[in-house]
Design a protein around this ligand. Structure first.
Ligand code: S3P
Length: 426
């Protein structure tokens, strides 16, 4: 589906977004693992989280979904049942990788598959550490899905993470949580820590690394949670507000976890007027309201250590960068090549369409010049964050623009167009 966006003058009003996708995935998984009934409020309505729910249904869990609230009947320690068919993770890397850790500790065989994009993404990064833990896990010869996991005797480890990835970290934590004896994981670059926070794991932060301790004592028990709203979805609206004149929006109950707020910090450094109000803590996660005002931006340098914190927001930060003083440049972001699309390619190809001079590197890109205002058809490459980033760029262009295959936004925010229309007063 081609989605057309008209140029917009300003946006105003209040925005409520559904629950953070990363936290929702984990809440669903931990509720499924717990022995009894859990309630998840403000759960993400994304297709990705539905992929997680449908995998756990196949493993014997019952879910009752009413609007944004989910009641989960968890199966308890090793209570999952052998699925009748393959577990299909759709487009969701978080589903495929985290569930691999859980399934490595079960007493039955399972096979994990995914859509075309997910089937090209690297899985060796979880297969290798899980094998070190004794798991009988096999990806196909390219190190991609499908993954087959057979019963095995897993053992505790002391392991230093080789990739800065919260998905890899969470996969091995979720395997280790099935063992009486403690495992220790060492993370050299801080990545999102929702798994540790929700499970209340013992962590020790030293100057250049984090040590995470996990054993069966940490196995989830039934809980009730209100998931804070998704800061990664909010980022598109924040940038649109900053870059349009006389705009002012309030986004309520946003997750302000320190491993996710890099986008707000960078936009503030760029000169963005962004205020945080009503800050509080819910189930270990920081939450608050964000007020955003139109601002004049200038580009800043983005350091290597902040990359994992902004990894999902780089597409929209690049859009902000082309309207800011100076050139937008990013390096140390090779991970972008193995996301839902090769995001370096997807971004560079689309930016070339509007007349920018694009310098592509293996680990990033640099943008020069000004955006032509000819009406343009952008490609989403089936990647939700590319689709929304170029939806925002379209709205900032004098003659508007369109995005091909826009339906992929359902992967993280099916309400994107409706929310834009509300803020425009349509
Ligand atoms: C996620 C972690 C990140 C992020 C993805 C969600 C998670 O991936 O890009 O959208 O929920 O753990 P990596 O940990 O592989 O970088």
């Amino acid at each position: 589906m081609i989605q057309k966006f008209e140029n917009i003058d300003s946006i105003k009003g209040e925005l409520f977004l559904l629950g953070d996708k990363s936290i929702s995935h984990r809440a669903v998984m931990f509720a499924a693992m717990a022995d009894g009934i859990s309630i998840i409020k403000n759960c993400s309505g994304s297709e990705d989280v539905h992929s997680t729910i449908s995998c756990f249904e196949k493993l014997g869990c019952k879910f009752e979904i009413k609007d944004d609230q989910i009641k989960v009947w968890g199966k308890g320690f090793k209570g999952f049942t052998k699925p009748n068919s393959e577990l299909y993770a759709g487009n969701s890397g978080t589903t495929a990788r985290l569930i691999s850790g859980i399934l490595s500790a079960q007493n039955f065989e399972s096979v994990i598959t995914g859509d075309k994009s997910l089937s090209q993404r690297p899985m060796k990064r979880i297969v290798e550490p899980l094998k070190l833990m004794g798991a009988d896990i096999l990806a196909n010869e390219n190190g991609t899905l499908p993954i087959t996991i057979k019963p095995s005797a897993i053992k505790p480890v002391n392991y230093k993470l080789q990739v800065a990835s919260a998905q890899v970290k969470s996969a091995i934590i979720l395997c280790a949580i099935h063992l009486e004896e403690e495992s220790i994981f060492i993370e050299q670059t801080l990545t999102r820590n929702h798994t540790e926070k929700l499970l209340n794991l013992k962590t020790e932060i030293e100057s250049d690394r984090t040590k995470i301790y996990v054993s069966k004592n940490d196995y989830p028990k039934p809980f009730e949670i209100t998931v804070p709203s998704d800061i990664s979805s909010a980022a598109f609206f924040i940038v649109l507000c900053l870059l349009t004149k006389n705009s002012k929006i309030l986004i309520r109950n946003i997750s302000l976890n320190e491993t996710r707020t890099g986008v707000v910090n960078i936009l503030r450094q760029m000169g963005g007027k962004i205020e945080i109000e009503n800050e509080r803590e819910e189930k270990g996660e920081r939450v608050g309201d964000i007020r955003v005002y139109s601002s004049k931006l200038k580009n800043v340098s983005i350091s290597k250590s902040v990359i994992p914190n902004i990894i999902d927001e780089i597409p929209i930060l690049a859009v902000a960068g082309i309207f800011a003083e100076g050139n937008f440049k990013i390096n140390n972001a090779k991970e972008l090549r193995v996301k839902e699309s090769d995001r370096i390619k997807s971004l560079c190809n689309n930016f070339k369409k509007v007349g920018l001079t694009v310098n592509e590197f293996e680990d990033g890109f640099e943008l020069n010049g000004t955006v032509s205002n000819e009406e343009t058809l952008f490609e989403s490459y089936g990647d939700h964050r590319i689709a929304m980033a170029f939806g925002v760029l379209s709205m900032l262009m004098k003659k508007g623009g369109s995005v091909n295959d826009f339906e992929c936004v359902g992967i993280s925010n099916p309400q994107f167009v409706e929310q834009i229309n509300n803020l425009c007063g349509y």
